[in-house]
Design a protein around this ligand. Sequence first.
Ligand SMILES: [Zn+2]
Length: 271
Amino acid sequence: MTATTRLCEIIAQGGKVSTDFGDDDGFAVLVRHGYLSEAGVLTSVVCDECDAPHSAPVVYEADMYGYYCPDLGFLPLVAARLAVFSPDIPKLIDRLAEALGCRQRKSSSIFGETWRIGAAQTDAATVMLYFHPTLETEDDARVLQDALGREARSEWRLVVTAQGALPMAGLATVRFDDLTEIDITTGALSVIADPGVLAGSPRKNPGGRPSAHGDLLKPLIVGRISDGTAVEGVNAEAGEVRTAFKAKYPNRSIPSGSAIKRYIREARGGS
Ligand SMILES: [Zn+2]
């Protein structure tokens, strides 16, 4: 299991976890890089040393942790195994906002367990990202909607969650580990999916990046087709367009050959 998925599990589980919950590399990565922070020690343990398994309160005696078993007496416990950790949500929100290059972050929760990560600029749209731990029950949905009711309405919204994908009108959701990945060496969070696509915003330029010259190039190319000056081959026409562009807009930078050709193909009904 990846560290990212492990973190999802821990957040979804909702509370504090001891090292016993995840005694593996993923857990260690999360602790090492601050995704989990220490939150005290276990208050009770289950005794599996005697014949009748029972729980017992953890006590601190003679400089060591342990518990009392009715049959065996005082049994010491290794302190390191008693540590309890909880997800550091503020830190996680901050790292998500950083990785997504968000503006309009909010450093405290909007309400309850709902956070605004911030607005991410994608190719097609600005997406407002939120975080809510789990989206599994009607109750989760209601609590989330309540919190979002306090926010200005954004056209494109995406809710990041650790578990569940309850469908909600006008609200796209994504699991934390489907959107990001934690590097196990550096602890850095990176984005592995496009929030714009996940939020369902239409892609404006499926053929490639928009050219800064589009507004000038398009009418020029279309004009040459309609008045019959366009030549047949795309490459040849691109050369002609380039010359015409230079003559008509002497003060503008010259568009790239690939941009010109793309607009010619577009004007000719290709893609
Ligand atoms: Zn016992």
